[in-house]
Design a protein around this ligand. Structure first.
Ligand SMILES: Nc1ncnc2c1ncn2[C@@H]1O[C@H](COP(=O)(O)OP(=O)(O)OP(=O)(O)O)[C@@H](O)[C@H]1O
Ligand SMILES: O=c1ccn([C@@H]2O[C@H](COP(=O)(O)O)[C@@H](O)[C@H]2O)c(=O)[nH]1
Ligand SMILES: [Mg+2]
Length: 245
């Protein structure tokens, strides 16, 4: 029986990850083999980030909730630079980077890659882009991700979108996606849903408490959902792709 994830409170109140959860989702495995030396990451981020007056949107939601689809529409309408954390990791795997096999296994298991890796990839993309509006899709996945991003970039999101979708619908969408992703199979999807519930819902709860969260019912056609997204950015005055801060 699939369950809708709208009612966050019961999950959140009991969902603080224990060391057992973290081991179960592979944190310990990575920690033991991943170097903590991250020379390109500087606490508080590059000075240029502060000078650029960036507008950051985090885009959250379970697997298949439609984050990537809606990001495309936001880019077309409001001219953001779209950075999908999952896509950056998949690209890194394809480029045969030093840790590709660990990353691939982690993704196949629906676990979370260490923050140092993901934050570094996102930060590099932000540094090399001349945009000042970023949609960061599928990140932060954990409270640890969130804290690492803040620490290493010195940035916080202006807006956080949460695409709220029933599990049954998410599973259906993922299994129909047909893009050849190694994690688009029923076993991995079940694990990803569990990881989402245990590790990502607390991040969503954090931003809800800080008044930054926009929860969007992600059931309906792609266009219907975008019509709920549009006013969030229109009311920021971000009506055209040429909007600047
Ligand atoms: N509103 C919708 N109704 C039906 N199908 C949709 C809708 N939005 C997206 N889809 C389809 O569902 C699949 C998953 O969408 P998408 O890739 O945008 O999700 P996602 O949240 O980015 O997932 P993931 O976290 O796995 O990357 C895609 O095949 C997409 O075309
Ligand atoms: O911040 C992140 C983002 C993603 N991952 C891993 O990648 C897959 C796929 O991510 P999508 O956002 O669904 O494309 C995800 O299940 C994780 O295994 C990550 O570790 N950290
Ligand atoms: Mg996606």
């Amino acid at each position: 029986m699939w369950r809708r994830v709208t009612s966050l409170s019961p999950v959140i109140s009991t969902s603080k990850p224990t060391s057992l959860d973290q081991a179960a989702f592979g944190f310990k495995i990575w920690r033991s083999s991943f170097s903590t030396e991250t020379p390109t990451l500087v606490k508080d981020g590059p000075t240029s980030f502060k000078e650029r007056n960036l507008f950051i949107t985090f885009v959250l939601g379970g697997p298949g909730s439609g984050k990537g689809t809606q990001c495309q529409k936001i880019v077309e309408t409001f001219g953001f630079k779209h950075l999908s954390a999952g896509e950056l990791l998949r690209r890194e795997i394809e480029s045969n980077s030093e840790q590709w096999s660990q990353m691939l296994n982690t993704i196949k298991e629906g676990r979370i890659v260490p923050s140092e890796v993901t934050v570094k990839l996102i930060q590099q993309e932000m540094e090399s882009s001349d945009s000042n509006k970023f949609l960061i899709d599928g990140f932060p996945r954990t409270e640890e991700n969130r804290i690492a991003f803040e620490k290493f970039t010195g940035l916080e999101p202006n807006v956080v979108l949460f695409f709220d979708c029933p599990e049954e619908e998410m599973v259906k969408r993922v299994l129909n996606r047909n893009e050849g992703r190694v994690d688009d199979n029923i076993d991995t999807v079940k694990k990803r849903l569990k990881v989402f519930e245990i590790l990502n819902l607390p991040v969503i709860d954090y931003y809800s408490k800080r008044g930054k969260l926009h929860k969007i019912n992600a059931v309906g056609t792609e266009d219907e959902i975008f019509e709920k997204v549009r006013p969030i950015f229109s009311t920021c005055g971000m009506m055209s792709p040429y909007f600047t801060f």
